[in-house]
Ligand binder design. Structure first.
Ligand code: ADP
Ligand code: ASP
Ligand code: MG
Length: 445
């Protein structure tokens, strides 16, 4: 089978012209890479989100627009301001201003995604020009032609069958003797309106495109040299992992390791495509390969942390020996598209965590739940996930883990459903200390 790599570059990797040149070198050194998937330059999506959220002070909007312009101009200047591209970027910036003015009057979900998507549209335009400047043939491709989604703005779900068909028709024919550069994170609903896949969604885009292309590898180029034993920003002793399995990495991503968007590995698993994570700042440092199976299967591989957890406890005094209560409760949550992560039960209550935050518990949801049970909502919690192998088969895991947590109020524990994880909730204020203590105890050098 001929080799085909899809390379994704995150926000810090394309933050300015200097960083973009490093990405260009990575691409030029690997002729197997045919498709580059880019995020917006670091900081841009946050500015666009602020503009899209209906910032109604004209002066605040002007400041945000100026910050945006500075980032784009910085890159354009290093390219000697090519005329057509400069005009194009200026047009996009004017378009963003007009959209932001509309959002200030009446913010809508569709407008939000149209504004937020402009970051990826600009970074890819600039990067294609930079590649051409370097003599590398490259073509810009609007991913919305192939990444068709539902119309759930901000959290759209791609339609895989359409992606597959459109990639065949629209994308593959462009691969002859040139690199194709496209956007992560964005898509289009069936009626053509722009959608986005959720924050950090460019990793997911790259994996979906790789699946549709039947690629032989996906590279996620970011600001760290691979997946570490835990977030290296929080634990100084964290170490890069040379390998990790799809199952373990999926758990890590789901439970908060920001280095991968939680959905990224689903397409890779479906087509068994190995995923490499490395640093575009120091590609020579190597990185992590994520594959179906790994050479080593350590009992403890890594720790992940997810903040801002909401714990919902639903109590019904007459739940004892009555059937149907859980079905009622989960039915309500499902109807409102609220996804549940962790669950524990007692005789008369069930506790669960919601990743979507307290705002998903609207008055309507609360009123419906109130009809069936008493509702208690706790915030200010963090979820810690210990990731490894055969964890539900080995004696004494609990003693090892909870020894390091002797001083902490552990609010909830989930263990046993998977051989790959043990999760628990603790007060958010203790999170960093707990992560450091557990790392020292369970993942020593
Ligand atoms: P990008 O913009 O390239 O998508 P992100 O900021 O989304 O990059 O992800 C990279 C960041 O993920 C790192 O800077 C690091 O702080 C964080 N991170 C969290 N957990 C881990 C981990 N286990 N290994 C590596 N990085 C992690
Ligand atoms: N630019 C988007 C974000 O900041 C998508 C991504 O970077 O993956 O969330
Ligand atoms: Mg990311």
């Amino acid at each position: 089978m001929s080799q085909l790599t899809v390379a994704k570059f995150g926000g810090t990797s394309v933050v300015d012209a200097y960083a973009m040149h490093r990405c260009a070198t990575i691409l030029e050194q690997n002729p197997d890479t045919r498709l580059a998937v880019l995020s917006a330059s670091s900081g841009v999506t946050n500015i666009l989100v602020a503009l899209a959220s209906g910032e109604n002070q004209p002066s605040a909007r002007a400041t945000l627009l100026q910050q945006l312009t500075d980032i784009q101009q910085g890159i354009l200047n290093s390219l000697d301001k090519p005329e057509t591209l400069t005009r194009h970027i200026e047009d996009i910036l004017i378009h963003i201003k007009e959209l932001a003015d509309s959002a200030a009057i009446s913010p809508t979900k569709a407008l939000h995604d149209e504004i937020v998507a402009q970051g990826e549209l600009m970074s890819t335009r600039l990067f294609v020009e930079l590649l051409r400047h370097r003599g590398t043939p490259a073509v810009w491709f609007d991913v919305r032609k192939v990444m068709r989604t539902d119309d759930r703005f901000s959290r759209a779900t791609p339609d895989m069958a359409t992606l597959q068909a459109e990639v065949e028709k629209e994308l593959k024919p462009l691969f002859d003797n040139q690199l194709v550069v496209t956007q992560g994170f964005i898509g289009a609903a069936q009626d053509g309106r722009t959608t986005t896949l959720g924050r950090g969604g460019s990793d997911f885009s790259a994996a979906l495109l790789a699946e549709a292309l039947e690629a032989t590898a996906v590279q996620i180029w970011t600001d760290v040299a691979g997946i570490y034993t835990t977030d290296p920003r929080l634990v100084s002793g964290a170490r890069p992992l040379s390998e990790i399995s799809f199952s373990e990495a999926s758990e890590m991503a789901t439970f908060g390791a920001k280095v991968l968007h939680p959905a990224t590995l689903q397409p890779a698993v479906r087509k068994q495509i190995p995923v490499f994570v490395g640093s575009s700042k120091e590609p020579q440092a190597g990185g992590t390969w994520i594959r179906n199976s790994t050479e080593s299967q350590p009992l403890f591989r890594a720790l992940a942390l997810r903040r801002n957890q909401v714990l919902l406890t639903l109590t019904n005094q007459s739940m004892f020996q009555v059937h149907g209560f859980l079905a009622e409760v989960f039915g309500i949550l499902a109807k409102h598209k609220i996804s549940v992560d962790l669950i524990t039960t007692s005789v008369i209550s069930v506790s669960l965590t919601l990743d979507s935050g307290a705002e998903s518990l609207t008055d309507e949801v609360r009123a419906e739940l109130d009809k069936h049970c008493h509702l208690q909502v706790e915030e200010g919690l963090a979820l810690v996930a210990l990731i490894g192998n055969r964890m539900n088969e080995v004696n004494g895991i609990g003693t090892q883990v909870f020894k390091a947590l002797a001083e902490v109020n552990v609010r909830m524990i989930c263990y046993g459903a998977s051989s790959h994880n043990l999760c628990f909730l603790i007060p958010e204020d203790n999170a960093e200390q707990v992560l450091n203590d557990l790392h020292a105890e369970l993942l020593p050098e």
